[in-house]
Design a protein around this ligand. Sequence first.
Ligand code: CUA
Length: 412
Amino acid sequence: MRLSSLLTSTARWGRAGFALGALALLAGCDYNFWRMDGHQSTITVAGPVARSQLEVFYVTCWVTLVIFILVGGVLAYATLKFRAKTEAEEKAIPPEQGHGNPLIELGLIGASVLALVIIAIPTLKGIWYTYDVPEDRKADTYEITATGYQWWFKFEYPSEQIAGSGALTTGNELVIPAGRPVRVNVRAIDVIHSFWVPKLAGKVDMIPNRGNFLWLQADEPGYFWGQCAEYCGDSHAVMRFRVIALSPKDFADWVAQQTSPARNVTPKPGETAKAQFASLRTFKQNESGITDKYDVAPLEAWKAKQFPEKGENAALIAQGKALFVSKTCASCHEVRGHGAAGISGPNLTHIGARSMLAAGLIENNAEQLQRWIHDPGAVKPGNKMAKGYLDNNIKLTPENEVALVAYLQSLK
Ligand code: CUA
């Protein structure tokens, strides 16, 4: 090898090594990287459907690893063993050619068939198992309808009917009973979306005018990340949702709470709506506001959201309630029991009890909610709420925003 080419190749390997080292160092900061337990991990699973799919993945991995080692080993052996060792050998072109070896050829065909059969058995088993809830679990199945919108998810509970209002409806947070099979009927209202909760089950497309379904089950109570997995426009990447699995008792409590009308907070005589300007702030343009604060104990944080916030100002909330109708929020959003019956946006009857806003994008707290109301388009590009503001020339003063935030946060 010439010195110059030796140097370039050394430099190249050095750079690759450095890049690898840097990657390892970066990854070292993130424990989850090595555990492969990110929010949307398909390696750390929490239910039987995802587990069955993971098994197929591992079988395929092992089979291909064996093939890689065998083929790579034979190739390496042949390369080293049969390379030209003398100048005379190097010049002897072409080398002696081999002709057909039935034993090797049949052997290779047999080995390939065997590899495919090994992969096919768990694959077929997995396809049948994950297609629908197994017969013996059917009676215990809980049904939910999930509908994809640009860019959020609507969840309906056909078995929880509310007099005069229809099925219980929520947005972006799918609460399910843990330990029970859940059959999710997937629908879409505008374009094709895809329903995916990586730790619980594989993805299924939500196609307009075509009903489809999947089933999933969470082994234990937990808080799981979901994601639209089919490109659907501007905010596809941030079209997220959460799945909250609860124990039977907690789930029953949640249903009872959700099927009741929106919470009313009555001002005491003489109470005034001193706008809480402490919470006022200016948001930088393109400030992301995306938080992962729920990493520590997301389920506990979610449970804490089910109770009224401390320091509520009932008069301010009443102001916000009036603004919700006068600023036409009510024409797109429903707040059951408060005279708001819009259906094109998410149902907000119990918005204050959700952990996230804007389809799982930002944390649901007073600051982020104000940021969202102030300029929805800056938080989630292309969304319909931003358009609604522009089309209807809706202007909100900072005081309006604070009152609306107080009202929405009170809806537990
Ligand atoms: Cu909805 Cu991508």
